[in-house]
Design a protein around this ligand. Structure first.
Ligand SMILES: C[S@@+](CC[C@H](N)C(=O)[O-])C[C@H]1O[C@@H](n2cnc3c(N)ncnc32)[C@H](O)[C@@H]1O
Length: 368
C-alpha cells in the first residue's frame, strides 16, 4: 500500500483527524483527548511561561488542534504542517472564519519538504509524529535545522521494548489490510456503542493499520540528535531494553525527549541524513533479545494462527475478534473496567496473552 496515500487516508478519515478537527475533547482518563494538558506539561519542562508566548515562533505537526492551541495562547506565529489535506484545509477554514493571520499552514510530507526556514523556530512541538514518518531521519535533519539556537524542541516517540507495542506487533502478525472495515465496525460495536468516530476507534485504526509505526531505542534517537549538532536537555534516562511486566499503563519510560542546540545549523540535509541511524525502528518480533521463553512462545503461537488463517482453517471474523481481545491487554478504553486488562495485572501480561492465544489454537480453530 502506498505510504503517503494510506497515511493520509487513515489520519484524514479514520483516526484523530476526524475526531479532533473540531478541537479537543473533554479530558478523558488514560487518554490525550485534551492536548492542552500535555502541551502545558511540555511548556513547563521547556521553562516557557505565558508571557513569553508573544515572542515565539512555533512549528507543529499534527491534526491542527495543537497549533490552534498555541495560537490561542498568544504565540507570535505558528507554522503548522500536516501530510493530510483534510486537516490542513480545516485549519485554513478556521483561520479564515476567525480572521487569524499568524498561522502558516503547509500541506506536505515532512520527510521531503525543503522549504522550512533554517534556524527559525523557538519551539518545535512533535507529539505522536516521528514514528509515523517513513524515513524518520530525513525529517529529523530538516526539523533540527529549522530550530533556532537556544530554541526548544519536544519530541515524543514510540519506545521499543514497550508492552503496548509488543501487543500491537503481535496483532499486526495476525491482521491483513482487507480486515480494515471489520476492525473499525466490530471495534466500534464492542468498545464505543457503535460510534465510529470515537476516541477508541481512532486508536484502533491508528495502531492496527498505520503503515509506519517505527519503534526506537532512545540511544538511537540521542545519537542522531548529536550528529545533527543538537543536544538533549531533558530526558528521564530510561534506557532499558524492555519491560513487559510492569503494571503501569505505559510500561517503560524514555519516550519523550527535549532537544536544544547552541549554534546555527548549516549542514546539507542530504549529506547529513546518510549518517543518521533512525532510518527504521526496531522490529519487536525479530530484533529484541527476549530472555523469557513465554515471550517467544507467544510469538510462535501468533505465527501459527496466521499460517492456519492462510490455510483457511480460521475465518477473518475470528481473527478480527481475536485482535480486538488482545488489544484489551494494553489499551482498552477504560482499563480499570476491562476484565482482560485487569487479568494482566492479576496473573501477568504474557500469561494472559498465552492463555488467549493457546485457547484460540486449541479450541476456536478446529483441531488438527
Ligand atoms: C497521531 S496523529 C497526531 C497527533 C497530534 N498529537 C495531534 O493531536 O495533532 C499524527 C499526525 O502526523 C501527521 N503525519 C504523519 N506522517 C507525516 C508526514 N510524513 N509528514 C507530515 N505529517 C505527517 C498525520 O497526518 C497526523 O496528523
Amino acid at each position: 500500500m502506498d505510504y503517503q496515500r494510506f497515511t493520509q487516508y487513515i489520519y484524514g478519515r479514520h483516526a484523530w483527524g476526524p475526531l479532533f478537527r473540531q478541537g479537543d475533547l473533554p479530558p478523558l482518563e488514560f487518554t490525550d483527548s485534551d492536548s492542552s494538558i500535555y502541551i502545558e506539561e511540555s511548556l513547563e519542562v521547556m521553562g516557557v511561561g505565558d508571557d513569553d508566548m508573544k515572542n515565539l515562533d512555533i512549528f507543529n505537526i499534527g491534526v491542527g488542534r495543537e497549533s490552534i492551541y498555541f495560537q490561542k495562547k498568544g504565540a507570535k506565529s505558528v507554522t503548522y504542517l500536516d501530510i493530510c489535506p483534510e486537516n490542513t484545509k480545516n485549519v485554513i477554514k478556521y483561520c479564515e472564519n476567525k480572521s487569524i493571520k499568524n498561522i502558516n499552514v503547509i500541506n506536505a510530507n515532512i520527510q521531503e519538504y525543503n522549504h522550512l526556514p533554517s534556524n527559525k523556530f523557538d519551539i518545535i512541538f512533535l507529539c505522536g509524529i516521528y514514528q509515523h514518518i517513513k524515513n524518520p531521519s530525513d525529517a529529523l535533519a530538516r526539523i533540527v535545522k529549522s530550530l533556532k539556537p537556544k530554541g526548544k524542541m519536544y519530541m515524543g516517540f514510540y519506545r521499543s521494548g514497550e508492552w503496548k507495542y509488543f501487543v500491537i506487533a503481535i496483532i499486526r502478525i495476525l491482521l491483513e489490510e482487507n480486515m480494515f472495515s471489520k476492525v473499525k465496525k466490530y471495534g466500534a460495536i464492542l468498545e464505543s456503542f457503535g460510534e465510529l468516530n470515537h476516541y477508541q476507534t481512532s486508536r484502533l485504526m491508528d495502531d492496527f493499520f498505520i503503515p509506519c509505526m517505527h519503534k526506537f531505542h532512545p540511544n538511537d534517537i540521542i545519537s542522531d540528535i548529536k550528529k545533527l549538532g543538537a543536544s538533549v536537555f531533558y530526558f528521564d534516562n530510561d534506557f532499558r531494553e524492555y519491560n513487559h511486566e510492569s503494571n503501569e499503563y505505559f510500561s517503560i519510560g524514555g519516550d519523550r525527549i527535549y532537544i536544544s542546540k547552541e549554534k546555527e545549523s548549516n549542514y546539507e540535509i542530504e549529506e547529513i541524513s546518510k549518517n543518521l541511524i533512525t532510518k527504521t525502528g526496531i522490529d519487536q518480533i525479530t530484533e529484541v533479545n527476549y530472555k523469557e521463553s513465554i515471550i517467544s512462545e507467544n510469538i510462535d503461537l501468533a505465527k501459527e494462527i496466521r499460517m492456519r488463517y492462510e490455510l483457511g482453517e480460521v475465518s477473518s471474523d475470528e481473527i478480527v475478534l481475536l485482535t480486538l481481545s488482545l488489544y484489551n491487554l494494553t489499551r482498552p478504553y477504560k482499563p480499570s473496567e476491562c476484565e482482560y486488562y485487569m487479568e494482566t495485572k492479576r496473573i501477568g501480561r504474557h500469561k494472559v496473552m498465552n492463555k488467549i492465544l493457546s485457547n484460540f489454537t486449541k479450541q476456536i480453530i478446529a483441531p488438527i
